[in-house]
Design a protein around this ligand. Sequence first.
Ligand code: AP5
Length: 222
Amino acid sequence: YDTQPINVMISGAPASGKGTQSELIIQKYGLVHIAAGDLLRAEVAAGTENGLKAKEYMDKGKLVPNEVVVTMVKQRLSQSDAQEKGWLLDGYPRSLSQAAALEALGIRPHVFILLEVPEEILIDRVIGRRMDPVTGKIYHLKYSPPETPEIASRLTQRSDDTVDRVKLRLQTHTQNVEAVLSLYKNFIRKVDGTSSKDKVFAAIENILEDSELLSPGPMPSL
Ligand code: AP5
């Protein structure tokens, strides 16, 4: 993929498939994957001050305050690999104020991919999700089972992947998403996220290979 670097935002409800599709996108297009949730979980695991603060909010399914998130993402975006290869921003921005912080730096996507998946399916996906701590790969006990017994034996579950917590995360998502969508409305490409992982990816490939991608419409004013 040897054209100008592309900048992509991927958004959708909890468990809509952002992380799963991000793995496929970076494999094919070589973009730098910047996932707000992953950066936060790394802070929590490292026991930093930001991590301790973030955990409180993540456990309640709420947005972590901007004072923690905004600088963290900004720093990662400004590193040279993201500038050179293009970036894939996953789970950010999630509120109008986060989008405004990017706008203030002149940071905009060429395309904003929105994965659409209804609530019943999201709950089922959250409950069966498992992570491989060694490779970071995302699995699902039913839809994307581990390849070997060895991998199966080391899979872990996220502490916010319970029915109660996913309901809170969904509520937070619903409260914030419209404001973000209204800002990026000229960049949004909706993708039906209910079909198989490969079919969803085929739809995303079509979008990323659209020749008009590099000349998106204007931004509405904030
Ligand atoms: P974050 O980690 O971003 O969580 P999330 O938005 O709830 O999204 P998930 O990671 O749960 O799901 P996903 O869409 O990546 O789905 P996946 O591909 O894994 O955020 C966590 C927390 O951090 C937030 O609650 C908040 O507290 C904080 N935070 C994050 N960003 C923030 C921000 N910007 N500001 C403030 N706070 C922030 O798929 C899910 C499952 O389904 C998997 O098991 C997968 O195998 C399976 N699956 C995927 N696709 C398919 C398919 N097509 N068919 C069948 N199964 C599938």
